[in-house]
Design a protein around this ligand. Structure first.
Ligand SMILES: [Zn+2]
Length: 310
């Protein structure tokens, strides 16, 4: 794979879907529209519920920018002057990752789903290279459709007898996971605006990386201080890690700080700020969830460490 394609991949992630769009089946297009609505609803809820508790700088950015949600298969989010752009494809990636995490918690599907997560990540990267080199794209669908593939058969994945139906509790978990992932990505882009990164291009790779770290750090602190729990945004953490696979030979070409380390740095910063947020902790106590919350948070860190590509 041409290393330069890593830069491109953010715009080309779910192209296998796009290749099928020309066919008679419009189901994919309908699905994309739904994911666009999900991103838009999450952005709206964030602005309504959390932005009012954020800094004056964050509010000024919010008043200045236009939020644009593109209905594309690409996975991408970026900030430029007066505009923050996100895509529906990003939410598809988050959804599939969240579904795989839920299925992977069932002993029956555990092995299959860790393979699926690796396959989703690998396909993502391979398609990036394929797009740039004009090669055929590799297809990957949702975790449930993965059970129909040869790769799944090779693994002797258990065949779900009546398909897989997520329980209400699981659906709620998936919804929170996808929503939190969108929040974290959005905060990262707002961070670029607040820190004036959109005013000029970085003059070097080192500066670019420093900016990414600063946007991460701003996002994590802002989330924690506003009581926005993005610790469940595991798909976003994985995306951040995948966006930078941490291969040292590629490092000079990459915009983002190194993979798994980047995830944990953001996670720990969110936790640090949530720990110091007395309103957040008082609410947990009032709900009788204080102990359970912090216990889950440390378990989630272990899960993130296990899932994030190193
Ligand atoms: Zn960035």
């Amino acid at each position: 794979m041409n290393p330069r394609s890593l830069i491109v991949f953010l715009a080309a992630l779910l192209s296998p879907y796009a290749s099928q769009l020309g066919a008679t089946d419009h189901a994919y297009a309908i699905e994309l529209a739904q994911y666009k609505s999900k991103v838009k609803a999450t952005v709206d809820a964030f602005r309504r519920n959390y932005l009012p508790q954020m800094s004056a700088e964050a509010k000024a950015v919010d008043a200045d920018v236009q939020y644009t949600i593109k209905e594309t298969f690409g996975i991408n989010a970026f900030a430029r002057q007066h505009q923050i752009i996100m895509t529906s494809g990003t939410a598809v990636f988050f959804q599939w990752m969240a579904e795989a995490i839920v299925l992977g918690q069932k002993p029956r599907y555990q092995k299959c789903m860790s393979t699926y997560i690796n396959a989703l990540v690998a396909t993502t990267l391979a398609n990036t290279g394929a797009v740039e080199d004009h090669e055929p794209l590799h297809e990957i669908g949702s975790p449930i459709t993965f059970f129909e593939t040869e790769a799944a058969h090779d693994l002797a994945c258990p065949k779900p007898s009546n398909g897989i139906v997520f329980s209400e509790r699981e659906q709620a978990f998936i919804g929170i996971t996808v929503g939190s992932s969108i929040d974290l990505l959005l905060l990262h882009e707002i961070g670029h605006e607040v820190l004036h990164h959109v005013d000029s291009r970085p003059s070097s790779k080192a500066e670019s990386r420093a900016r990414e770290q600063a946007a991460d750090s701003w996002a994590a602190a802002a989330a924690g201080d506003a009581g926005l729990d993005v610790t469940k945004a595991v798909p976003a953490f994985i995306l951040f890690a995948v966006a930078d696979p941490g291969k040292i030979e590629l490092e000079p070409l990459l915009d983002h700080p190194l993979g798994g380390n980047r995830c944990i740095a953001i996670y720990d910063k969110v936790i640090e700020h949530l720990r110091n947020n007395s309103a957040f902790n008082n609410q947990l106590r009032a709900d009788g969830e204080y102990d359970a919350y912090w216990k889950t948070a440390s378990a989630a860190r272990q899960q993130l460490l296990a899932l994030a590509p190193q």
